[in-house]
Design a protein around this ligand. Structure first.
Ligand code: AMP
Length: 278
């Protein structure tokens, strides 16, 4: 596996490959887990060359404390990527991607970015799209892989690629979970064993909705609020029943597989998100 640290290096490396080879790309912020590795595995299946980037993007954090505390495990990450047979890992410095004092670009993703994460993490999607656009422009991948765990991010990246007329195909990958159902996340590394057990409440609620869809959205929403209110470890930030495509709230179910339930919750200071598509 090639480890590259500058834009010039990765451009020159990618230039050496035959232009007919397909490139698969998985952007990450490191502290890698099986969720990230599943993106690499899918890329290995679909594409000739797989590139993973590791960059904790400062412009997408709306809290300095969250940015400062974000887990960093670069040596372990490199070993995991080697084991997954990733071809190239790109680990740029901030100065390589941003000019001095550069801020996130201001995008207009319309209704996609005004709800849920867009509402609770002001500026997050501008920061995320800024870095994804930069990375896609550098790597020019045939396909880029994003987790469904960050459902709103996935939909916004699809919109970004459409708006900017990029040729990369965006592929969504199913959420990988802990045995108790908790979605794998780099932030789980900040939780104690007890907190991880309690945090599985998020997925339990999503599963309850799947099993009791016929109760209807109002009752299910009330049920989730009540269950979270009773739990002393996990604090609900929002639960939204939305259309998968538009991410706008729904009052009743649409066709199967076109609805999503999205939850954001805090365990102590650690913010977790998850969703299910129904
Ligand atoms: P992050 O490092 O958290 O920015 O995530 C990098 C990519 O991995 C994003 O596309 C995420 O949606 C994806 N990802 C994170 N967690 C999971 C998971 N549990 N299952 C599948 N994909 C994931």
């Amino acid at each position: 596996m090639k480890i590259v640290k500058t834009t010039a290096e990765i451009l020159s490396l990618l230039n050496q490959y035959n232009k007919k080879k397909s490139i698969g790309f998985a952007p990450t912020m490191g502290a890698l887990h099986e969720g990230h590795i599943s993106l690499i595995e899918r890329s290995k299946k679909d594409c000739d060359i797989t590139v993973c980037s590791i960059f904790v993007n400062p412009t997408q954090f709306n809290s300095q404390e969250d940015f400062k505390n974000y887990p960093k495990e670069i040596n372990a990450d490199i070993l995991k990527l080697q084991k997954a047979n990733c071809d190239i890992v790109f680990i740029p410095e901030k100065s390589n991607l941003y000019s001095e004092n550069e801020k996130a670009r201001e995008y207009d993703f319309g209704i996609l970015s005004s709800v849920m994460e867009g509402k609770y993490r002001i500026g997050h999607f501008n920061g995320m799209a800024t870095i994804v656009e930069k990375l896609l422009n550098i790597i020019q991948p045939t396909k880029a892989f994003f987790g469904e765990k960050d459902l709103q991010q996935l939909q916004i990246v699809k919109e970004l690629v459409k708006k900017e007329k990029m040729s990369t195909e965006i592929i969504g990958i199913s959420t990988i979970r802990e045995l108790n159902g908790l979605a794998k996340s780099s932030r789980n590394k900040l939780l104690t064993v007890k907190q991880k057990i309690e945090a599985s409440l998020i997925y339990k609620c999503l599963c309850y909705c799947k099993e009791n869809k016929s109760l209807g959205i109002t009752k299910l929403k009330d049920y989730i609020s009540t269950i979270f209110n009773k739990n002393n470890y996990v604090a609900l930030e929002y639960v939204e029943f939305v259309s998968l495509k538009t991410l706008q709230p729904i009052q009743s179910w649409n066709e199967d597989n076109t609805n999503a339930i999205c939850i954001a919750a805090y365990v102590n200071h650690v913010r977790l998100i998850d969703n299910i598509i129904l």
